[in-house]
Write a protein that binds this ligand. Structure first.
Ligand code: MV4
Length: 467
């Protein structure tokens, strides 16, 4: 195993990775911006290196500074967490050039799957079920218009360099198409420096179901079940659960098997997530692949008992998978609520400020991943995720009750600081959510924010946004 790993991230995921390394006897190097000098990971890690000023582009996005820190400290591997450089194939390549192991799939696989249009083509070739859509990017309005007519409306214009919902536009009719196409390309060029787009039939009120996979560097792969991530606001997930509720065992197994087939077909290695849309008839359709550990990975850890960060480290170290599919047992239900320093009553605006009180919940089957502490200053520079509350129970109803209990215990207070806890409560109390009958329109229903026609583009991708 590695002697020393550098953690190229901040916040709760940096703490999560530091803990996994400590458990495996691996020394850790934290890198941090000047704004994060007093952060939890700096105290937890064996060494800390300041890599630049607060803005992400000068610190956590600065590949040269991070590689230099790894070289100076003798770290053999880099864990990129999520967001920042975690899915940047150029960073993966730079690490390889310096003899540093980047914990994630190979740079060429990362590059291929990071292009969401190419990922679609690769998964179609692997036989995964797809929504009607384009098999390549559409570079002229005339071609795009013609393909749109074949697909039919409503449809989505998606950005090849996007992912996670960033930059995508819903188009409801042919009359809107040309303008929406032009606008999406301009936005994509501005945000990503790459304006290639592709089309997909839009499925309203579908469910966002994703599959966690683990693959080694020797051609073996397993899945660790599903998570339902339909509860999203502007493509920021708020509540996640696993396994996805109210789907037949046959459907769950078929989705999971498709994900493993897709992963092995492209030589994927490490932890990865396959996103699908599932319709009312339980038909599922491939959407995209995330080449990183995800925010919601604890849901999977709670229902499988597998430590995903440990497995990432073993796989990156070149070891064969330590578990076979028959070793993976999905047990009970886990639910995660993200606690963001945001004001749900003011359109989820970030609420930076100093935490005067910070007492997370505890108790049975209750896990809190956080970098927060009483006295911590929530700055304006990074994404506002403060904590993840994750609970497990043998039955879904008890998991929801346990989550309500845990959120009631959570005491967070500070001048100007608000959290998304009240909104999470509204989700938990929603009758449809409680029955497990919900889809991507749940948050819209609860906030009353209409996204009906005319077409709307989700911007995102700014410096503050990590995930
Ligand atoms: C879609 C979709 C419906 N139809 N694509 C959002 C995250 C990104 N990975 C893909 N996403 C979606 N893609 C097609 N063709 C629905 C979503 C979606 C969603 C859309 C609106 C509001 C909430 C949503 C929550 C999850 C997924």
């Amino acid at each position: 195993m590695f002697d020393k790993v550098l953690i190229a991230n901040r916040g709760e995921i940096a703490v999560r990775v530091a803990r996994a390394c400590r458990e495996l006897g691996i020394r850790t190097v934290a890198v941090h911006s000047t704004a994060d000098r007093d952060s939890a990971v700096v105290r937890l890690a064996d060494e800390a290196v300041c890599i630049g000023p607060p803005p992400g582009r000068h610190s956590y996005h600065n590949a040269a500074a991070i590689v230099e820190a790894a070289r100076l400290t003798g770290a053999q591997a880099v864990h990129p967490g999520y967001g920042f450089l975690s899915e940047d194939p150029d960073f993966a390549e730079i690490c390889a050039d310096h003899g540093i192991v980047l914990i994630g799939p190979d740079p060429d696989v990362m590059a291929a799957l990071g292009d969401k249009a190419q990922a679609r083509a690769l998964m179609q070739a692997a036989g995964l079920p797809m929504l009607p859509g384009s098999t390549h990017t559409l570079d002229t309005p005339a071609e795009a218009c013609a393909v749109a007519e074949e697909i039919g409306y409503p449809l989505m214009i998606k950005v090849a360099a996007g992912g996670g919902g960033r930059g995508m536009t819903v188009v409801w009719s042919a009359a809107e198409f040309a303008r929406a196409y032009a606008r999406t390309r301009v936005a994509a060029r501005t945000v990503f420096g790459d304006d290639r787009v592709y089309l997909e039939r839009y499925l309203p009120r579908a469910r966002h179901v994703e599959v966690q996979v683990l693959c080694d560097r020797h051609g073996n792969g397993v899945h660790l079940g599903t998570r339902d991530c339909s509860v999203q606001r502007r493509h920021q997930k708020l509540v996640e659960e696993g396994p996805a509720p109210n789907l037949s065992a046959a459907t769950l197994n078929a989705i999971a098997a498709a994900a493993v087939r897709g992963a092995l077909s492209v030589g994927y290695s490490g932890a990865g997530t396959f996103e699908f849309l599932v319709d009312e008839a339980e038909r599922f359709h491939f959407m995209e692949i995330n080449c990183r550990i995800q925010v919601e990975h604890p849901v999977t850890e709670m229902i499988t008992g597998v430590d995903l960060v440990h497995e990432q480290l073993h796989i990156a170290n070149g070891e064969p998978l330590r578990l076979r599919q028959s070793d993976v047992h999905i047990r009970g239900t886990a639910v995660e609520c993200r606690v963001n320093a945001e004001d749900p009553d003011r359109d989820f605006a970030p609420t930076p400020g100093r935490l005067e009180r910070f007492q997370p919940p505890g108790g049975p089957f209750t896990r809190v991943d956080t970098h927060g502490y009483a006295g911590y200053l929530v700055g304006p520079y990074y994404d506002s995720l403060l904590a993840k509350v994750v609970v497990w129970a043998p039955e879904r109803d008890l998991a929801l009750a346990r989550m309500r209990r845990a959120l009631a215990e959570f005491d967070v207070a500070g001048a100007g600081v608000r959290t998304t806890i009240p909104f999470a409560r509204r989700v938990l109390d929603d009758p449809d959510f409680r029955r497990g009958h919900y889809s991507t329109d749940l948050v819209e229903r609860l906030t009353g924010a209409g996204t009906a026609s005319p077409s709307t583009t989700v911007q995102g991708g700014n410096d503050v946004r990590q995930q």
